[in-house]
Write a protein that binds this ligand. Sequence first.
Ligand SMILES: Nc1ncnc2c1ncn2[C@@H]1O[C@H](COP(=O)(O)OP(=O)(O)O)[C@@H](O)[C@H]1O
Ligand SMILES: [Mg+2]
Length: 269
Amino acid sequence: MAQYNNTDNPAFENIIELKNISQSYDGGQNWIIEDLSLNIEDKPGQGQFACILGMSGSGKSTLLRYIAGLQEPTKGEVLIKGKPVSDDNRVSMVFQQYSSLPWMTVLDNVGLALRFKGISKKDRDLKAMEILELVGLAGHEKKFAQYPTLSGGQLQRVAIARSLLANPDILLMDEPFGALDIRTRIQMQDLLSEIWEKFHSTILFVTHDISEAVYLGDDIYILKAQPSKIVEKIEIDLPLKRNRETKRDPRYTQIVHHVEDTMIKVSGM
Ligand SMILES: Nc1ncnc2c1ncn2[C@@H]1O[C@H](COP(=O)(O)OP(=O)(O)O)[C@@H](O)[C@H]1O
Ligand SMILES: [Mg+2]
């Protein structure tokens, strides 16, 4: 198997760098992550849609927490645009669980990021409405952001809309569609793909679903567990614009099989 080499392509800026990360929760007796390195490059005018694919417990959420500045590794360095993680970084996170505030309307939930910046209610609402249109929630803005007033898919749209309104340089997504039924999941994948095309942002998307990673990702990083390490980077050789046809492309099926074989090899199944 081709070993992942943390090589730099000098043509692109490294937007996210994890350098020789190790993680222990018991003072160094057990290492959950060991000497993990990862470079995510920003392709000018295109952004980046990177997927991290790994089994449950392989450390995916932990890696996102480092990048979001919610946790520091035991050893190693986390850099965003070449600098240590700080509050100045515009990083947004979308979680698997619905993270909206159920006592607030959809509109207020989405506008929340701007409230802390001191932007007036009127301007917040205008901007929030633009994004709500984009994610297909226009008409629902006055509803409370709670289940079952909104469906699971709609609540995830609220979370995505809120993250987009914060205008992040980096959007971190932690198995955001994991709790959705298959039909809604496919709709949300297509929505995200469309959004990425418009915004050209850097998305780091974490999933254990192989077909989802191949469908959405531009690059896929395969993470093995115990201890966690990136074992392979797969550049997805499919047209950037993804749609239903993508899944009928023989290359799509080939890549899915290749990734599946790799996952089986690294998990020792
Ligand atoms: N606070 C903690 N204390 C001890 N172990 C932890 C802690 N947080 C995470 N872990 C362990 O780290 C590993 C990776 O967890 P996580 O990043 O949540 O994996 P994933 O998101 O891929 O399912 C798991 O084995 C988990 O049990
Ligand atoms: Mg997780």
